[in-house]
Design a protein around this ligand. Structure first.
Ligand SMILES: Nc1nc2c(ncn2[C@@H]2O[C@H](COP(=O)(O)OP(=O)(O)O)[C@@H](O)[C@H]2O)c(=O)[nH]1
Ligand SMILES: [Mg+2]
Length: 263
């Protein structure tokens, strides 16, 4: 039907067929990635429709402070001395056995259960290690989880928001995933209103140029709480729609199938 997006199951079936056909003819990295994605889709699909949201970003951007502000307490220790932890932390809203299995699959051992909050029921929030950590194992842990989570919130700050590392390594490759991405400009309390507007406009233009025009950009202060309501509302919408996992996999299949077809 014209204009109708094929359901995930149809896309996965098509990808599986392409892998089977292609597997006889050529052995390319795209084929291996497609096999990996089919395995991921099978595993994630069996783990329920909770929404896994990860806070990602550079050292000192404010991930842990934001994680605590959303979690309603001191759950993850903000960095005094760096580098901080290489292990992701989770706060779970209304989790059940399926959520525990989901976190086992994600290999996130540190978990905190939030008090009941109906609007957020079904949210699994992760505080990731720093993507620019001096420790290789921290960076590898970020890369591993970036592949697995449903929604990525990139926490940027006024100094480093245009850093090539985050844009080239993470945001541009995720351009096919605009729907599962959210960018926040944190620490806006450190800017006067005019500077904050200029910074946001510059970052917006940069994201648009990178093919991320559909990605929401929010101004935020994890310290003062400014903009936090808007972020919560965005997350609550995604959580109640219960389709973030499907959307992420759909975007993955689209990217992977395109890469495979180009072979
Ligand atoms: N002024 C200001 N400082 C912040 C904000 N968010 C975090 N910080 C501070 O920035 C430093 C690094 O924060 P942290 O949450 O550890 O960053 P992480 O490395 O990304 O986890 C800490 O001293 C925080 O108190 C913010 O919105 N405004
Ligand atoms: Mg941290």
């Amino acid at each position: 039907m014209r204009g109708r997006t094929p359901p995930l199951a149809d896309r996965l079936a098509a990808l599986r067929e392409a892998v089977e056909v292609g597997g006889d003819r050529l052995e390319v990295p795209e084929l291996e990635r497609a096999r990996g994605l089919l395995a991921k889709a099978g595993a994630r699909g069996a783990l329920g429709d909770a929404t896994v949201v990860a806070l990602a970003g550079a050292t000192g951007s404010g991930k842990s402070t934001l994680f605590n502000a959303l979690s309603g307490g001191e759950v993850s220790t903000p960095g005094v001395r760096r580098p901080t932890t290489g292990v992701a932390h989770a706060t779970v809203w209304g989790g059940d056995d399926a959520t525990d299995r989901l976190l086992d699959w994600l290999q996130v051992p540190r978990r905190h259960r939030h008090a009941p909050e109906p609007a957020m029921d079904g949210l699994v929030l992760l505080d990731l290690p720093d993507h620019d950590s001096v420790k290789l194992e921290h960076r590898l842990e970020v890369d591993r989880l970036v592949q697995l989570v449903d929604v990525l919130v990139w926490v940027l700050d006024p100094e480093k928001y245009a850093d090539a590392a985050v844009h080239e390594r993470y945001l541009v490759p995720l351009a096919g995933h605009a729907g599962v991405l959210l960018v926040v400009l944190n620490q806006v309390d450190r800017l006067d209103p005019a500077a904050a507007r200029a910074c946001l406009a510059d970052l917006r233009a940069l994201l648009d140029r990178e093919g991320l025009a559909d990605t929401p950009l929010l101004a935020l202060s994890a310290r003062t709480g400014a903009g936090l309501g808007e972020l919560r509302a965005d997350l609550a919408r995604r959580v109640s729609a219960r389709r973030a996992a499907t959307d992420r996999l759909t975007a993955d299949v689209r990217t992977t199938a395109t890469a495979l077809a180009a072979q």
